[in-house]
Design a protein around this ligand. Structure first.
Ligand code: SF4
Ligand code: F3S
Length: 104
């Protein structure tokens, strides 16, 4: 599957939600995650994310992010429609150490 990674935090553009054919995105306060068992690996969302936050889980070093996506997709509500991103999304795009502001 594909996984949402750190740069989604506080950017949350939600362009990914509009293109996913199986609606497998789940919404936390300041990031989204993908349900790994529902993702059909189409890769469309990876190209749409303005923050380049969506990666294939075959990429090295993503185990912790896969675990986080699995965990929170079991808890957070499924999201069907794109909403407006946070006002400071563009400023936060690429900011360092965003896990420190991760909000459930
Ligand atoms: Fe949805 Fe395809 Fe992205 Fe998986 S890779 S989350 S199925 S758009
Ligand atoms: Fe996050 Fe990118 Fe989607 S910033 S909400 S993964 S479009």
């Amino acid at each position: 599957p594909y996984v949402v990674t750190e740069n989604c935090i506080a950017c949350k553009y939600m362009d990914c939600v509009e293109v996913c054919p199986v609606e497998c995105f789940y919404e936390g306060e300041n990031m989204l995650v993908i349900h790994p068992d529902q993702c059909i690996d189409c890769g469309i969302c990876e190209r749409e994310c303005p923050a380049a936050a969506i990666r294939p889980d075959t990429e090295a070093g993503l185990h912790a992010w896969l675990d986080l996506n699995r965990h929170y997709s079991g808890i957070w509500p499924r999201v069907h429609q794109k909403k407006s991103p946070p006002d400071n999304a563009d400023i936060m795009n690429g900011a360092a150490a965003k896990m420190s502001i991760f909000s459930k």
